[in-house]
Unconditional design. Structure first.
Length: 273
């Protein structure tokens, strides 16, 4: 019997959230993604987009929250994640303990006093903590999950999700190195249906921000072609980038790779497999 799956991008901004008329179409929340499967819900990063992810998670499915890294724009929404306040909720946090040994302490400090009125162990949900295994892969809720270290100041991971009927790569906060340095990433993305790619800077802006750990749409198009990706989704929009400028970036990118869209808060893909 076929099962339902849904992948959603809940937050598309980098650095900090924004609001206002010129950001309405693409949205102002910072990074968060989720994949709902029959056996559970996978959440990747806890930017302010996780607030809407929490509203969507009204069922009793178990939840696993994976962190790419712990920069503030990727974790700032965690204390407002509604399932954390439900006594029946089962939530597992996962991160790279080899590259970030104190990730548990960092998350507890963020979601606790003096930054939040309660400490995480007072929220109500049943919480587990788990280091990602050294093998670089695991299977959870019927989804095969793999990860790869990418180029970004302080440790950061890209994730690949191989679900029945769809493969998705989440590569937020990644500055490609060019040439042979990109070979592991291309292999990691090979034949994916979706590549969610960091396009915070334009080609004109990039020389001033080299080494900041963020990508350009032209790099994403090049890597998507090399990996045989079917669709490229540009995300991690610069916080000052208005909707019309994001639309212009997507048009320029489509000339290099036809299967390009710019992400917006709430964009989703549903399928049965």
């Amino acid at each position: 019997m076929a099962a339902d799956y849904r992948f959603t991008i809940h937050g598309t901004r980098g650095s900090f959230p924004v609001c206002g008329a010129k950001f309405r179409r693409h949205g102002g929340h910072t990074t968060c993604f989720s994949l709902r499967a029959p056996g559970g819900r996978l959440v990747f990063d806890a930017g302010t987009g996780i607030i809407n992810a929490g509203r969507a998670a009204a069922d009793d499915l178990p939840i696993a929250v994976f962190f790419t890294h712990l920069h503030l724009d990727h974790v700032m929404g965690l204390p407002a994640f509604a399932p954390l306040y439900r006594p029946q909720a089962r939530i597992t946090f996962l991160a790279d303990g080899r590259r970030c040994p104190d990730w548990r302490g960092a998350v507890k400090r963020l979601a606790g006093r003096p930054y939040w009125p309660l400490n995480l162990d007072q929220f109500g949900a049943r919480i587990r903590w788990r280091d990602l295994p050294a093998s670089g892969r695991l299977t959870l809720y019927g989804i095969r999950i793999a990860w790869l270290a990418v180029r970004h100041p302080q440790p950061c991971l890209a994730y690949r999700l191989d679900a029945p009927g769809r493969s998705i790569v989440i590569a937020t906060d990644h500055e490609p190195g060019g040439g042979a340095a990109d070979a592991p990433f291309i292999r990691f993305c090979r034949d994916a249906d979706l590549l969610i790619f960091d396009a915070q800077f334009t080609p004109r802006e990039y020389p001033r921000h080299r080494g900041w750990g963020h990508g350009v749409w032209s790099q994403g198009a090049r890597l998507a072609r090399a990996a045989g990706v079917r669709e490229l989704i540009l995300t991690h929009h610069a916080p000052e980038r208005a909707d019309r400028r994001i639309d212009a970036i997507a048009r320029a990118a489509r000339a290099a790779f036809p299967g390009v869209r710019a992400a917006f808060d709430g964009i989703s893909w549903r399928w049965r497999a």
